[in-house]
Design a binder for this molecule. Sequence first.
Ligand SMILES: Cc1cc2nc3c(=O)[nH]c(=O)nc-3n(C[C@H](O)[C@H](O)[C@H](O)COP(=O)(O)OP(=O)(O)OC[C@H]3O[C@@H](n4cnc5c(N)ncnc54)[C@H](O)[C@@H]3O)c2cc1C
Length: 335
Amino acid sequence: MSEGPDTRSCIVVGAGISGLLAASELQRAGWDVTVLDEASGVGGRMATRRLGEGSFDHGAQFFTVRSERFANLVDDWLAAGVAAEWTRGFADAQGRQNEDGHPRYRGARGMASIPEYISRGLGVRTGERVVRVDAHESGWEVACDSGLRVEGDVLVIAAPVPRALDLASSGSYTLPDEARRRLEAISYDPCLALMALLDGPSGVPEPGGIQIKDEPLDWVCDNQRKGISEAPGVTIHAGPRWSRSHFEDDEAEITRRLISFASDQLGTDLASKVLTISLARWPYSWVTNSHPEPCLIASEDPPLLFCGDAFGQPKVEGAALSGLAAADHLLGRDT
Ligand SMILES: Cc1cc2nc3c(=O)[nH]c(=O)nc-3n(C[C@H](O)[C@H](O)[C@H](O)COP(=O)(O)OP(=O)(O)OC[C@H]3O[C@@H](n4cnc5c(N)ncnc54)[C@H](O)[C@@H]3O)c2cc1C
């Protein structure tokens, strides 16, 4: 498992911002780290998709900065040219500008620019769905549906918690009752996210995003106005209640209704401008019930930690700090 007496090895399941930052801290400290993700690229919910000439952020849309530790990371991303300040406030549901002076950041070419940058130089294997986890006397073995098996001294699970719980019980390992109880208390809202490439302007006012925070719509964004897309195209997020009640509906029906809601919101006929669409169904978008600590240490022997946006603070910043907290614990840097 480990290469030498001082080298510890770690398997990280999940290449979202949380898992990637945990991995990068451990690797910087000399650990041998393997990150596994089932998706074809890194970033998890910091997701950017191409549709024709358009680029669309369809998961996280922007992030804010509250803590000094996260601010230092963001400064690095800004200096590397992978993040940019987008705006200091969005239009509200009535289209009124709502500046409050706090910067909102985006990825330079979409949100995925940031996890792609963090993952450089890390041992990340995408397209690997972890389906089984077993504990041995001296560590962990995970198996992927491709047949790949990876061993490590330490296991960090940085997947959305319902998925993480399934994994933790997929093999011979028995999760301690207390950890299971805490993980089972965590919940998320779903989100239906529609991307529509347009052949004309969307009608979304400056700075390119409307924070509606209501039902049936939560958010409408023009990715061209946001500065990440050559072609005009909108991302439409349904509200949590509408997403939950229509999550399994037929794609054509969801598309028709979301385009109609967004047309009403923008006062324009979006349907006549749509060139092509893509729908993302996020079963876990925002955390509705979180764990108070920035990560959960389920076992010390062999070490098993859970991290992500469900631990401590939510959103991109919370997920980032959670990954760092998991690495801090493993490196003995707990404060
Ligand atoms: C629609 C939507 C809008 C959002 N808007 C915002 C916003 O505007 N601002 C904000 O700050 N936050 C926003 N968020 C939340 C933000 O995206 C998340 O809090 C953050 O990205 C979570 O990061 P994470 O690393 O914890 O998890 P994730 O990004 O979910 O990463 C987990 C990774 O685990 C992988 N995985 C899961 N199971 C397995 C398995 N069995 N094997 C291998 N890999 C596995 C997944 O593929 C994924 O890549 C939004 C989220 C969504 C979905």
